[in-house]
Design a protein around this ligand. Sequence first.
Ligand SMILES: *[C@@H]1O[C@H](CO)[C@@H](O)[C@H](O)[C@H]1NC(C)=O
Length: 796
Amino acid sequence: MGIFNQQKPRLVQWVLIMSLMDLCYGQIVYSVSEEVNNGTVIGNVTKDLNLNVHELESRMFQVVSGDSKKYFEVNAKNGLLYANDRIDREELCSDALKCSLNLEVIAHNPLNLYRVKVDVVDVNDNSPSFLAKGHTLNIVENASPGDRFPLPMADDADVGSNAVKSYRLSPNEHFSLDVQSGGEQSASPELVLQKALDREKQSAIQLLLTAVDGGKPPRSGTLQVVVNVLDINDNNPVFLTPLYKVRVSENTPQGTTILVLNATDLDEGINGEIIYSFLEHGNVKALETFSINPDSGGIAIKGNLDHEENSAIEIRVQAKDKSPLPRSSHSKVIIEIIDINDNAPEISVTSLTSTVREDAKTGTVVALITVSDRDGGKNGVVNCHTDNRIPFKLESAYKNYYSLVVAEPLDRESASQHNIIFTAIDEGTPPLSSTAVITVHVSDVNDNVPHFLDSELNVYFKENIPAGTLMQRVTASDADAKENAQVTYSLLDGNYKGMLVSSMVNIKSVTGEIYSMQVFNYEEVKMFQFRVEATDSGVPPLSSNITVNVFILDENDNSPGILPPYSDQGSVNTENIPYSAEAGYFVAKIRAVDADSGYNALLSYHIAEPKGSNLFRIGTSTGEIRTKRRMSDNDLRTHLLVILVSDNGEPSLSATVSIDVVVVESNGEIQTQYRQRPMKEESFSSLHLYLLIGISSVSLIFLLSVVSLIALKYHRTESSFNRYSTPVITTHPDGSWSYSKSTQQYDVCFSSDTWKSDVVTPAGCQPADAELISINGSDSFKTNQTLPKSEKVRMN
Ligand SMILES: *[C@@H]1O[C@H](CO)[C@@H](O)[C@H](O)[C@H]1NC(C)=O
């Protein structure tokens, strides 16, 4: 018993008043807190029932009632009621405010039934709790302050004052907590919006709700509350800048993205998804040139960029979100198209005249040139120039305007046309250029005289050629053009030394062909001279002249003529020789002359009959007939000798002379009538010597002449005196030759004679105008020179 009193007597609560009342009816009431330990004394039943504690055992005092029996036990020795099991009020009575257990206690002998009621008193042994661990609230961001949002209520198994009594909310700027309570209802928490939400600032708000019960000490439970702020389309898309500026080269290829628009929209989802577009309904050009990607905002080149057409293009752009109630904003894009040097300069040439006179003064304007370039800036600055090797130059009075003027004297004869290339270069990098060509023709002015190759012309023309034969053709060239170069020819002189030039030659005015007008006889005219004038058809005409020297060439047209005392065929000449004549006896000397000259006049003598005479011989060059041996008795008394005298022409011409040589007995009978003085052998030889000297002198002169000719070639420009004094030997096709000093012809005529002093110079060999070289007795060359005198006679 002492044990029970010592065991936590404060837990056992007596309800004395109730016990006293129930005592009458045999019922006692106890009260016990829930969750007391096993063995906790609940009450002294024996005492409260006024039973004798010593009798308990004998009377078999025990608890007998049903359901609640297991929670309690009565100790029969001391009569105390103990807690025998865990008593959980919440389990026994749930939410019921009053919770009590009824038990029946019996005692035998006498059998008494006692009723005991044990009230179970609540203890704050449960915390408030929420059903879920967290709670999510979705609130649109445009919810108005004052709007209410219910929160889950906490539950507390305890009852009464131990149940949930209040709520608390973690501090935050948007919400307050309102708890509805009072009367029957339990406290229910609500969120009240105090300050407007903005998803764009805070899209989720974390709150902690705490429920507190009324126990002492109080217990609490918490709930995580997440407020999701739901987006509404309350933000416009925003461009980074109200004006985009882009610079693009005009040669940027199509498809290149030149700019990416970057608008932003703070909203979420489709409210924040942006569609880009152009806002150019009127600016067709912009829409043709650029495209925009609606999703990325990339602006790309679609058409051709041409700075020259549009140096800048302005496009308005729009960004719009995809919300059903879309919001949009606008910006402007200025695309500056940068010029690149893609246009070559253009040259426009206006020819003032296609031909310019060759005597045009310097400064005469020939053409006007305009240059232009479609590019801008330096790319469009153009410089124009021409090839500087032309007698023209460009002058510029204004920028891009040039005139082509004559810069130097023109000469059609050296350049009849000029292809003038204009090159225009711009100042771009790299520069572009273009060229234009015009042809300027230089028209002729009669500024050139007809030109003969030489100032003199020597014509060699054989004698005996029929009149009307072409002798020579003269040609003068004229560097001018057309009629200025159309040359006609005419004879300038009327006569030459009394001879009418027109009776000797005729000239065809167009061709310059000179024809003979007569048959020339060398023996009469050896040389004559006239001038031919060449005149062009310009206005006024220009003319020049050439001196034509005509040398008549000797033909072998004269037979040798036998000189007296002998005469040619027909008459017989007789010579007597003595029978006793020694070998080499001089019989006769035949003398002959030839009117021709040179070889045509070089005579040789031969015995034609009898052929192969063994008695006579004749000096081939001397014409002297001599005996070969002494006469014998077998020889005939008369010998008819036929002497052939032939010249050296080709073909040779000859004459014959017959001499009857009669052999007489005595010297006294010899007729010496026709006998020539016999010639000594040495003097005979000396004649040969002279002849040889003559011919070799001529040969020497010939050699000198050749040397001089060569020298002459190198001294063409020397004075006329030199020219006149230069000897020339001409060998003619017929084998004859002539010696001349320039226009002067000298003939050396040879004949043969027995006497060295007796060189015959036939009349034909002595023309009035020619110089004769004679081999005379003193073996010297004598020259007589007469220069031709020209008379200027205009022949029309
Ligand atoms: C012939 O030509 C010369 C120059 O070669 C000139 O001096 C002369 O006057 C001319 N004569 C005539 C008649 O034209």
